[in-house]
Ligand binder design. Structure first.
Ligand code: AMP
Length: 542
């Protein structure tokens, strides 16, 4: 017997319809490429996204055709989120931090038909447009009078001219909720980049679960700043969760420096912000130097790479902001776990509470996790046993776009490539990417633990731990450190700083001072590049 409820498809168009009807006045604020602050609201975004849909119809784009963006976080990008997916096309968010050759490769692989780009990226488009074999239309995300003449890009039009001539009336099509809605390539895998292809259903369920109180806890009373880019896993789903809840959205555009982000938080009364640790590092440094405090920020979700304890302490103790440590991946839409406390933790002393907050958190509803040993045998949730982390759920990939790399699943579970523990309360803690784990004398050393200790030293701006070949121990950890400007520290001082904070054999053998740690397109440390940089390095004990 079937239930007798209406079988309405879960479609992204329903989000913007809802936001328009119930939160039409809800603000959308963007710092634009031009540097000014632009204000609009859900009603305007809704009607302009319908113009986008009409414009795509006029271009004769078919169902599931790909429309790419190369753009910062802003209102026009948001309109494309709804207009492209809502009308049945697939939004492909390209990462502008990639090398132009990679962008060409990815656009070709995705068979993008249209590319909408921010003016910041005009030089890239000028250089590559003739090599993008499938793209028929280039749209510059700017006013008509800002479009330079003679760009050499055939048929280039401004976004405002493109949608300006379209009607704001449009009936969103109804179709199978399992249809593709957006895609994002990840370079976290081996070989060529592969794409996660999200569906309307996966996007809506992810947005709904992500907005829950024990996840990101989003509401119409929030002012939300996604610093995480809209080209990185749909800004962690925040644009969708915001439309679902009517939260105010504040977009930083290209200005990610500490000063600009701080000013936006204060100016727009931001209550909730989201970003990777490197962004917050810059902002906290700016606040420290200028002796600034927040007046409205209540919580911040930090993920993408491990959040150093020193950062959680700074937010919590110095600035009164709750940190939600979160973990996920492109293949998971991305939310997997968020670290929120249970009742039993509320009266713990600060040091014990910190131990919980440091973990990547509990699986949110919809995400199932397990850890397994090398033979695939499931390991206990005792907070000690560590193994390969596998996940499953309705917003987790079943295969990559075009079947690249074959089926990634093992008995229906997706292997994340992360190594983790899970404690009896269900809190998962990542110890490493499996390829970054340091194997020393038959034991594993978590590079994240080693980095976290260094990051707590006042002279350390950034730290990356890697394993170096060792004749006796197989591998030994060393730590590459970028010093804070104006503060000095010696190798011996830094190594002494580890005493008493970790087991002796987990203390790195050496410290190497570097000018910068190589970062990838999404702000993650690129340890493979660091290893290349240190190819001639010899361990003192080897
Ligand atoms: P991406 O698909 O580019 O978002 O990368 C996903 C990977 O980033 C995960 O598999 C983890 O290795 C890493 N990651 C994401 N969030 C965290 C976190 N909170 N702590 C440690 N690693 C993280």
């Amino acid at each position: 017997m079937f239930g007798l409820m209406q079988n309405q498809q879960l479609l992204i168009s329903s989000l913007i319809d809802f936001a328009e009807r119930h939160h039409g006045e809800g603000e959308i604020v963007s710092r634009r490429v031009e540097g000014d602050i632009h204000r609009t609201n859900y009603k305007n975004v809704a009607l302009r996204s319908r113009r986008v849909a009409n414009a795509l119809d006029q271009m004769k784009l078919g169902f599931s055709d790909r429309v790419a963006t190369l753009a910062w976080n802003g209102y026009r990008h948001l309109e494309l989120y709804f207009g492209v997916s809502g009308s049945g096309r697939v939004l492909h968010t390209l990462n502008p931090r990639l090398h132009p050759d990679q962008i060409v490769w990815i656009a070709d692989h995705a068979e993008d038909q249209v590319l909408c780009f921010d003016m910041t990226f005009l030089p890239i488009i000028k250089a590559i447009h003739h090599r993008c074999s499938t793209i028929k239309h280039f749209i510059a995300l700017c006013d008509a009078d800002k479009l330079p003449e003679d760009t050499g890009i055939p048929g280039l039009q401004s976004y405002e001219a493109w949608i300006g001539k379209q009607s704001e009336q449009y009936t969103w099509p109804d179709f199978d909720e399992n249809s593709a809605s957006s895609m994002c390539y990840t370079s976290g895998t081996t070989g060529n980049p592969k794409a996660a292809l999200y569906s309307h259903r996966s996007t809506i369920l992810h947005a709904m679960s992500g907005a829950l109180p024990d996840a990101l806890s989003m509401s119409a009373r929030d002012s939300v700043l996604p610093v995480v880019p809209m080209f990185h896993v749909n800004a962690w789903g925040l644009p969708y969760s915001a439309a679902m809840t009517g939260a105010k959205l504040v977009f930083p555009g290209p200005a990610m420096d500490g000063k600009s982000i701080f000013e936006l938080i204060e100016g727009e009364k931001v209550s909730f912000a989201a970003g990777v640790p490197t962004v917050w590092q810059m902002m906290l440094a700016h606040m420290q130097t200028n002796n600034l405090k927040f007046s409205t920020l209540k919580r911040t979700v930090i993920g993408g790479s491990a959040c150093p304890p020193a950062m959680i302490t700074a937010f919590n103790d110095v600035y009164g902001v709750e940190v939600l440590h979160a973990w996920g991946m492109t293949e998971m839409s991305p939310l997997g776990t968020v670290c929120t406390l249970k009742n039993k933790h509320l009266n713990l002393d600060p040091a014990e509470k910190m131990k919980v907050r440091l973990k990547q958190g509990r699986g949110i509803y919809g995400v199932d996790m397990k850890i397994v040993d090398g033979d695939g045998k499931e390991l206990p949730w005792d907070g000690k046993a560590y193994g390969d982390l596998l996940v499953k759920g309705p917003w987790i990939i079943s295969e990559y776009f075009k079947g690249e790399g074959g089926s990634p699943l093992v008995d229906g579970w997706f292997p994340t490539g992360d190594v983790a523990t899970i404690d009896p309360d269900g809190y998962m803690q990542i110890t490493d990417r499996s390829k970054d784990v340091i194997k020393s004398g038959g034991e594993w050393i978590s590079s994240i633990d080693v980095e976290n200790i260094a990051m707590a030293h006042p002279a350390v701006a950034m730290a990356a731990c890697i394993g170096m070949k060792h004749p006796k121990w197989d591998e030994r950890p060393i730590i590459a450190v970028v010093k804070k400007p104006g503060i000095d520290v010696s190798v011996a001082e830094l190594l002494a700083f580890y005493e008493g904070k970790t087991a002796k054999w987990q203390i790195p053998d050496d410290v190497v001072f570097v000018d910068a740690i190589p970062l990838g397109g999404t702000g993650k440390m690129q340890k493979s590049k660091l290893r290349e940089m240190l190819a001639d390095y010899k361990l003192p004990s080897a």
